[in-house]
Write a protein that binds this ligand. Sequence first.
Ligand SMILES: Cc1ncc(COP(=O)(O)O)c(C=O)c1O
Length: 432
Amino acid sequence: MRQSDRSGVFAPPTPAFVIDVPILDDFVSRFQQALDKHWPNSILSYSFKTNSLPWLVSFMRDRGVWAEVVSDTEYELALALGYAPDRIVYNGPVKSRALLRYALQGDSIVNLDAKREVTWTAEFAREHPEKELAVGLRVNWDLESLCPGESTTGDEASRFGFNADNGELDQVISELTSAGVRVAGLHMHRNSRSQSLGVYRAAASVAADLTISRELDLEWIDIGGGFFGSKEASPTFDDYVAVVRETLGHAVDPQRTRLIVEPGGSLIAVPVEFHASVVDVKDVGPHTFVVTDASRTNIDPLFRRQRRFETRLETKATESRPKQIISGFTCMEDDRLTRLTDAPALEPGDRIVFYKVGGYTMCYQSQFIEYLPAVYVRQGETLTQVRHKWGVNEYLQGSRWYENGELMGAAALGSPATTRKTPAGRTANSPG
Ligand SMILES: Cc1ncc(COP(=O)(O)O)c(C=O)c1O
């Protein structure tokens, strides 16, 4: 599809996300190169939760990037989109027993996060003495004490993983070992306020200490995600992997122990734009409201963003306005996407492009008033639609409702989801 906007750049009907393929390709390649340089025996996995658009998942798969999933549903999505179990890193605090067993059987990289998962793994090992089982453990470690000011939880600790200081981690190691399960990995992901190298140095140093003090023979150290992703600014992917290698080098043999990284936002935030059109311009006293066909729910779904968006305006305006409040289509007063200062005076039909909106946006889309916007991918001058705008049909799918006293819905709509069996033996999306 070729569709030119006023500036001559090929652009889609609005509202829509646009993924720039060469930029995405460049981000993935740069991360892979950093790993190849500092830790060739490594796994680049992509954090599905950040943005699991099916096209994107298939793009990652075709580039050899593994799937990093944190729920049964994400695991099933990885399978549905062609990932083999042994190319999946299975994390997350709430795994089901059935899918955990499936993942262990299929040689996924499994990082346990809850005591019931330990019990289920030990039980599986006793049932299958013929199978060599190896799992990783998510470590609950104290980021704040090593990097003051970095914790996102304030006084309250992180709730993820097994605490290394109160004996819980050791208890779990001994429960697994006595069931014949090898503790083969440590998972170190922590959320932090900054994306500084110090956080990764701290994670790697905790992993090194545990490896040495617990005499672990590790097949993998998973350093998690949370990296900063920019082509121009630092830290670069190369800086991160170099620091991790430098910190861990004395504790593990990098030929034997694989480094796993799970980037999400650092790969997908920058390559994605959101295109909106101006629908109306209203002056209210000294204020100018520019109403668009987009919403803050599209690009700032948690309404938390502090920084302004980088934008491009496509307009023929010759005059400027001191301030314009760019607003959304919803009925919420705070659906205000950004404020423009001393910018061209926008008019209906003008286009606003918001940059760097690929992380934690599409995956958090609301169903408030409108459903999911369309998504296009751009390769040079070619735009390909990879998701159409969701409307009433998609909204009704999987639901049931009454018509003339009769229960209509999922089955009547012929949704394949009503019968599809998942690997765990559950029936996906079945009503009732
Ligand atoms: C376990 C785990 N891995 C990877 C990520 C991806 O993080 P990011 O998108 O910041 O790279 C997250 C995000 O919170 C996570 O919880």
